[in-house]
Design a protein around this ligand. Sequence first.
Ligand code: 13P
Ligand code: SF4
Length: 311
Amino acid sequence: MGITERIERLKKEKNAIILAHNYQPEEIQRIADFIGDSLELCRIAERTDADILVFCGVDFMAETAKILNRDKKVLLPEIKDTQCPMAHQLSPEMLIEAKKRHPCAKVVVYINTLAEVKVLADGVCTSANAPLVVNSFKEKDIIFGPDRNLGYYVERRTNKRIIPVPEDGHCYVHKKFTVEDILRAKEKYPDAQVLVHPECDPQVQDMADYIYSTGGMVNHVLNSPEKEFIIGTEVDMITRLKIELEKRGEEKKLIPLREDAICESMKRITLEKLERCLIEEKYEVVVDEEIIERAKRAIDYMLSISEQGDQ
Ligand code: 13P
Ligand code: SF4
């Protein structure tokens, strides 16, 4: 029996499901039960009746799945170097300090944060719903972190004043994209549409045709009559798009804006680690009960707001 069949059998025996982020390597995406962006994976984690959730992604994603499923076992196939560096750029102390300086402001944090930070927030957001969540508060001033570029994106789409915490929070993968990359790609592929993630720098966002979460990119590419797309996010986004196009028997040209836009933390999971994770039921994600209780409020707020937005 091959490794894929063994994983499938283990999944059934243990009533487990595999969730994978859009940046996971192809072998993981192909075996996953659900692939998605941070918001889509939260929604699945919230609704599943599986006993075990195996999360193929980075630390804050698995932690969020645990917060939404306190009674279930949430496993990460690898814990070494599976941290999202950006999620570690905002500490609880920084937020407490910002709240002291701006007592009337509301606090919205990106889902790319640790649970101890989420407990201090009025709301959490993902790149798919950030303007919606920020706009749901009546206050003009919004303390927002850690991603400065997502803050820029939100400010352009709301009438709020964004107070970034920290000043220079960023994703090292999306920081790589430059205006020159877009000019070069556009020259080579003049008919292609440019799609970028809101974690890209403002100048890059301003030059793109569309700015989307990774889930938004899937919807756009699948539903657009266009045939060529330049993708300005992590390279395995193209894997996800290819899988979806393959299912539909369609072909479209997908060009990475940069070949070296690789999130190392997302590449740590392999089929071998996934199998071992299911056999040994580790590494289990553990979050303190009180933190779960308090962080869940801000995540539930986001889920309720974004559900209203879907209607
Ligand atoms: P998405 O929610 O758009 O998938 O983004 C998550 C992320 O970490 C992007 O770098
Ligand atoms: Fe974090 Fe950037 Fe990797 Fe997304 S791409 S998980 S923000 S390091």
